[in-house]
Design a protein around this ligand. Structure first.
Ligand code: FES
Ligand code: FES
Length: 215
């Protein structure tokens, strides 16, 4: 029959063995240590000249190749109408029109648009001569705080262009028929543009009005 002392000795033995095993496991031979690369110290950005046509004007920039189109517009060209909401492609606040297609500017690098055309909310209309979609948003109160609005308007313009070009969506019932700018089509296509104020029904009314001029 083992005594309490035997158990105590066994417990100590186990602890000592465990500690020794752990130490052995963490010991790295010198040769292996030499092969482990040290921390990277060369973090210098790779700069590249980029030419973009933004709102009809040629703009030359020299950018870190990691710069997103959104940051190029906001931080380098001071076009702050385009908003940064999530910076992860989830809210649509950064929507601009690039070479005729609406895109999330936070999900693309500026260098990928070398020589391309970009239209931001500043290039759609002016306070005196609003773009039809801007005028419809004003008329139908398609915004409250306005943070999502530049992205909503650029996206709405892109949606009507897509429909006009016959591009189908998830809710297009008949792929062989011309695509109609129905409420269902517009809702589906605008689903990537989030409005925290919930101005969705007014945005849809604005689009319904503008589609007469744009679709
Ligand atoms: Fe680009 Fe949200 S900031 S999708
Ligand atoms: Fe406020 Fe859309 S108007 S988030």
């Amino acid at each position: 029959m083992p005594s309490n002392t035997d158990f105590e000795i066994s417990r100590r033995g186990v602890l000592a063995t465990g500690a020794a095993t752990l130490a052995a496991g963490t010991m790295v031979p010198e040769a292996a240590q030499a092969a482990i690369p040290g921390p990277t110290t060369d973090l210098a950005p790779t700069m590249m000249p980029v030419t973009l046509e933004v709102n009809g004007q040629s703009r030359q920039l020299t950018l870190d190749t990691r710069t997103t189109l959104l940051d190029a517009l906001r931080e380098h060209l001071q076009l702050t109408g385009t908003k940064k909401g999530c910076d992860h492609g989830q809210c649509g606040a950064c929507t601009v029109i690039a070479d005729g297609r609406r895109i999330n500017a936070c999900l693309t690098l500026a260098v990928m648009h070398q020589g391309g055309k970009v239209t931001t909310i500043e290039g759609l209309g002016t306070p005196d001569t609003l773009h039809p979609m801007q005028a419809a948003f004003v008329k139908h109160d398609g915004y409250q705080c306005g943070y999502c609005t530049p992205g909503q308007i650029c996206s709405a313009v892109g949606v009507l262009a897509e429909i006009k070009a016959g591009v189908p969506s998830h809710v297009t019932a008949d792929l062989s028929a011309p695509v109609e700018a129905s409420n269902a089509e517009m809702r589906e296509r605008m689903s990537g543009n989030i409005c925290r104020c919930g101005a969705y029904s007014n945005i849809l009314e604005a689009m319904a009005e503008a589609k007469g001029e744009l679709a």
